[in-house]
Design a protein around this ligand. Structure first.
Ligand code: DP6
Length: 375
């Protein structure tokens, strides 16, 4: 007999960034963070977990290719899930002994891996959720976030839809370092994200190693974790509660700038943003100036891709400014086609974006993991 469960999990993009570990083994962060979960119609991982007494080894297939499961982080997730299943089995002898069987994990992304988007968050969230469903664990998303966190920090936030905080916690065992829902997607469903893919290449310095170098060498980082982030978390929670886009946008842009400043202050310095990223920053500033109010916010992770948040009501202003520059690219949807705004970018900004962006992804805030029967 083969036991099986499938789930999807979304990508999330932080508006207050996680950057720094206080415990690399348990993946405990030096600061809390907050993200927006993006729609799974555009970006998601679908994972099917199965187990059988006939399976010989744990196996992971990622987009059709055999993939390594032996890494310490993946093993930590599998161990935790098996331990929980074994506890259920020891209480109820009628349960099949799934905890002793090998696992087959089949995982697929619905977006091109070449888009250079961090997929580890959706990947670990889907892996943990699929196995938890297979094992019929009575665990809440917050409980599962404690396990997914050990796979990849940002993955803990992908167990929820909408607006999600990862509370850093203070315990040495990490049992209070978990994700919680700040607000569901339905609280502020008008939030949209335009992703400008600036590089398909794999990032130079991985976030895992980059953040460790920052913690070890940056002086600015100290101020970020003691003052900047705690204030940004509070402001961001208030902005989301009040659906105040101007406040949301300012904190998003300031926090991204602060994070990249600590990267530049790392010794030797780390640069994730490139000329195309900086042109996107200028473009957002020009759009906001032309609108006479804040209608767009940029943010950048550990790579050059720009994520531009905006509200549906301002799509003409925001999409209309980018569409004429990038209309030949894949990824535009009907609402953007043909849009033009009166915003004028200077020649350098316009040509840098036109030549440096390779595809766009039009998406928005979305729901958390979904159980599915589609294998
Ligand atoms: C810049 O979650 O990829 O995207 O815990 O080492 O796997 P590990 O790091 P990861 O770091 C993400 C960093 C970030 C900011 C964020 O998502 O909060």
């Amino acid at each position: 007999k083969v036991y099986r469960a499938s789930t999807t999990a979304p990508v999330n993009i932080a508006v207050v960034k996680y950057w720094g570990k206080r415990d690399a083994k348990l993946n405990l962060p030096t600061n809390s963070s907050l993200s927006v979960t993006l729609s799974q119609a555009d970006l998601r991982t679908l994972t099917t977990a199965s187990c059988s007494a006939a399976f010989q080894d744990d196996v992971l297939l990622l987009n059709g290719e055999p993939s390594d499961l032996t890494g310490a982080r993946t093993q930590a997730c599998l161990r935790e899930l098996r331990t929980r299943r074994a506890a259920l089995e020891s209480k109820d002898a009628s349960l099949p002994k799934l905890s002793a069987m090998r696992l087959l994990l089949v995982s697929e992304n619905n977006f091109p891996t070449a888009a250079g988007l961090a997929s580890s968050a959706a990947g670990f969230a889907a892996l943990v959720r699929a196995i938890a469903d297979l094992y019929e664990l009575p665990s809440s998303p917050t409980e599962l976030s404690l396990i997914a966190r050990q796979g990849s920090g940002s993955a803990c936030r992908s167990l929820f839809g909408g607006y999600v905080a990862w509370q850093m916690g203070s315990q040495a065992d990490g049992l209070d370092s978990q994700a919680v829902e700040v607000a569901p997607a339905a609280h502020w469903p008008e939030m949209r994200a335009l992703i400008l893919v600036a590089s398909a290449a794999k990032k130079g310095v991985s976030s895992t190693s980059g953040m460790q170098q920052t913690v070890a060498t940056s002086g600015l980082f100290q101020q970020r974790i003691t003052d900047v982030v705690p204030a940004n978390m509070k402001r961001m929670e208030d902005a989301v509660a009040a659906r105040d886009f101007a406040a949301f946008a300012e904190v998003t842009m300031r926090d991204s700038n602060s994070f990249h400043a600590t990267c530049a202050d790392t010794y030797p310095p780390i640069f994730y943003m490139n000329d195309v990223s900086r042109a996107a920053v200028r473009a957002v500033e020009v759009i906001n100036a032309a609108a006479g109010k804040t209608v767009a916010a940029y943010t950048f992770d550990a790579g050059p891709n720009a994520v531009v948040y905006y509200l549906e009501e301002n799509k003409d202003l925001v999409l209309g400014a980018f569409y004429p520059l990038l209309e030949k690219l894949d990824g535009w949807k009907d609402g953007a086609k043909g849009l033009k705004s009166s915003v004028q970018f200077d020649e350098t900004v316009a040509s840098t974006i036109t030549s440096g962006v390779s595809r766009v992804i039009m998406t928005g805030v979305g729901e958390g993991p979904q159980k599915t029967d589609v294998y």
